[in-house]
Design a protein around this ligand. Structure first.
Ligand code: G3P
Length: 217
């Protein structure tokens, strides 16, 4: 399973990269705005900097919602670096844009996936990744993990190459359950990734080893 970090914060991206387990980065307009990135030049430069930190797929989301604007914007984003993956919203014009980029050999990530039907359409249009939003489904009392399972079955039935990129991760349990179901990728905030490290018996055991080690010296 690939691990992506879901942030535009350069410090957190560097920290995850330094751990040695990072395979890529996803961003969205909300995450970019949170870092105070605004204006076309600043946005393009920020993506360039992320590409210099992480050697993996970097999802850069289009801001527009019409086919013509999305392909113009996506072409500009893809020109930044070969690792840029153009992130396209799950709308009718988005499906057309996915097909356009797929024909051009530019990688895509279809975002805002909340149903198996949406994932199927995106895969048919040639998306490299689909991003089902687990946490946002859980927020409205719908089991987001069921959606990952449904998409896994459909993609396996037809051997779609499209990868399931589980997004809107809120906890280490989301990551573990995605791994059990067979999501290809999780994209997560840094804290949920770091929380995978924790177990009280590890802390207790290490404290004992450190104490006993002192007796040996
Ligand atoms: O990047 C898309 C997704 O991961 C957003 O997550 O926490 O805003 O629902 P969240």
């Amino acid at each position: 399973m690939k691990f992506f970090i879901d942030t535009a914060n350069l410090e957190q991206i560097k920290e995850a990269q330094d751990l040695g387990i990072l395979d890529g980065v996803t961003t969205n307009p909300s995450l970019m705005a949170k870092e105070g990135i605004s204006g076309k030049e600043a946005v393009l430069n920020h993506y360039k900097t992320i590409c210099e930190i992480v050697d993996g797929d970097i999802s850069a989301e289009v801001l527009s919602t019409t086919y013509e604007e999305m392909i113009k914007e996506g072409d500009e984003l893809a020109a930044i670096h070969p690792n840029i993956v153009v992130k396209i919203p799950m709308i009718k014009d988005g499906i057309k844009a996915l097909k356009y980029f797929s024909n051009k050999g530019i990688k895509t990530n279809c975002t805002l996936i909340f149903s198996a039907g949406q994932a199927l359409l995106a895969a048919k249009a040639g998306a490299n990744y689909v991003s089902p939003f687990l946490g946002r489904l859980d927020d409205i009392s719908v089991d987001g993990m069921n959606l990952i399972e449904e998409i896994r079955i459909i993609f396996d039935n037809y051997m779609f190459d499209t990868e399931i990129l589980a997004a809107s991760i809120r906890s280490p349990m989301h990551i573990i359950n995605c791994a059990k179901i067979g999501a290809d990728v999780i994209t997560s905030p840094l804290d949920s990734i770091l929380n995978l490290l924790n177990h009280p018996l590890t802390d207790k055991g290490l404290a004992q080893f450190v104490a006993d080690a002192k007796k040996m010296s």
